[in-house]
Write a protein that binds this ligand. Structure first.
Ligand code: PAF
Length: 282
């Protein structure tokens, strides 16, 4: 398993693989890898002859008051995990390699990004779409793998690939959780012991919402109110959003009369965490 830092090195390696007729999978990440990433890498290794994992904390998708500086980084630890999962190449560029002086082209989307994380983080999806497009152009993978914890991101990337005729299959992989239900996230490392306990309000509020839906509740307002009431009881939690949206448009709906995504974003102390479920999976 190799770690490379330049676009040229990735291209040279991928050219060699292509000359041998091998298929290539890409797992884009921001590093500090956990079991969620491991499941993406293992799925890619199973589906493709070769797997590239990009490790790049993308400055463009962070707002000015967000955690770009403190975002956890440990490339040696990441390399061990990629090796264990059977990955073949890590692309770990410096910001200057991805965004040279005078960089001024962006990929942006006017649909799907107006709600949920797009509303709370206005520059986020422009940064994601731009960097993912660049990674796709650099690696030219057959398939690319993204986690369903970032459900809106997955929808945005699928839409972008379709809009821009990118010849890449997008594979969405299930959320991986801790034993007590907390969705795995690199940002969980920010939590102290009390916050770690408090963070369970995300998965537990979703379980509450899912229970109401299973019992036949159709009113999104009633489900959301109950979930918010539950989260508000936790003193360390501050709700960013609790929403139910149409899976296709990511727009809020009133009645559960179509496949929907129930998504939460909650600050636990200073750490913003997200989680969700799709009603179709209930
Ligand atoms: O999901 C992430 O980790 C990032 O948003 C991604 C897709 C690697 C782009 O920077």
């Amino acid at each position: 398993m190799k770690i490379v830092k330049t676009v040229e090195e990735v291209r040279a390696q991928v050219r060699e693989w292509r000359a041998e007729g091998l298929s290539v999978g890409l797992v884009p990440t921001m590093g500090y890898l956990h079991e969620g990433h491991a499941s993406l890498i293992k799925t890619s290794v199973r589906d493709n002859d070769r797997t590239v994992v990009s490790v790049f904390v993308n400055p463009m998708q962070f707002g000015p008051a967000e955690d770009l500086e403190s975002y956890p980084r440990d490339i040696d630890r990441d390399a061990e995990l990629v090796q264990l999962c059977g990955g073949d190449l890590i692309f770990n560029p410096e910001p200057e390699e991805m965004y040279h002086d005078g960089f001024s082209s962006f990929v942006d989307m006017t649909v799907l990004t107006q709600e949920l994380c797009g509303l709370s983080r206005p520059v986020h999806f422009r940064g994601v779409c731009t960097v993912v497009t660049k990674l796709f152009n650099i690696v030219k993978p057959d398939k690319a793998y993204f986690g369903k914890k970032d459900a809106q991101q997955l929808a945005v990337i699928r839409h972008m690939v379709d809009d821009l005729n990118m010849d890449i299959a997008i594979v969405g992989c299930p959320i991986i959780r801790e034993d007590d239900g907390l969705a795995k996230s690199s940002r969980n490392t920010y939590l102290n012991a009390d916050e770690r306990k408090a963070a369970l309000v995300l998965s537990k509020s979703l379980a509450l919402g899912a229970g109401l839906i299973r019992n036949g509740e159709k009113s999104c307002d009633r489900i959301i109110d109950k979930m918010k009431e539950y989260i508000d009881k936790e003193p360390l939690a501050r709700i960013d959003y609790v929403k139910i949206v149409d899976c296709g448009t990511m727009q809020q709906i009133k009645e559960l009369d179509r496949p929907a995504l129930c998504a939460v974003a909650v600050f636990i102390g200073k750490t913003r965490l997200i989680d969700n479920f799709f009603t179709e999976d209930l």
